[in-house]
Design a protein around this ligand. Sequence first.
Ligand SMILES: [Zn+2]
Ligand SMILES: [Zn+2]
Length: 273
Amino acid sequence: MLIDYHTHHERCGHASGKLEDYVRRAIGLGYSQLGLSDHLPLLHVDPDRYYPEMAMPLSELPRYVEECLELREKYRGSIEIRVGLEADYIEGYEEEIARVLEPYPWDYLIGSVHFLGEWDITDFRQTAGWEGRDPLEVYRAYYRAVKRSAATGMYDIIGHMDVVKRFGFGPDTEEGRAEARELALDALRGIAASGAAMELNASGLTKPCKEMFPAPYLLREARALGIPLTLGSDAHDPAKLGEGLDAARAQLREIGFTELAVFEGRRRSAVPL
Ligand SMILES: [Zn+2]
Ligand SMILES: [Zn+2]
């Protein structure tokens, strides 16, 4: 079954296309389900003083959800639309995040770690943050946050769980790399214990790391741990909807997955891969 559970659109300021453009594209590609999952508005930094074009303003969130719901009705019968959000996990802001998310009828929430404090480790404008830091310290802080995000129980899907590798920064000794792998595996065990699903996010293929999120060794371990997997292209342009997902499906099959996790009203079910 063809699905894409990780998509953005122009409201966030750094993606193009309207929500409906993604819906039409998904129908054109023969998708059964499309998950709309734009970024949570910035809650822990002052949006007026931070890097621009990170996320929709908080005042837009009601309208975003309303538009998603309208599209879900409009295209009923052609495609199943799922209303979601890629909701940052920010340590120390759990209550505020929960309060902002609470009023809406989400189908699913993706919990993603982008921020370590005020540093967005996934933003290409902020890669100077690695300078003068011990990369292993960054990995330790990142995977601790991933583990905590799963433990909150606030999220249905853990997003791009090893995205800390995105720009190719990391430990440069064999010992350091071994520790980084163990940190990722430990976070994965935390995800398994939480009962959350995880995405295979194909967007890493076109990033400096040239590898999906997460890496194959983590997918194999996820399979062994019984973590349900879903798929996301992380498209920021309607033309890129589903990009890399053929390869993602092939990889999951090769590892032994036969099903994908899907969500409706925050209840998980499985569809054939
Ligand atoms: Zn984005
Ligand atoms: Zn993300």
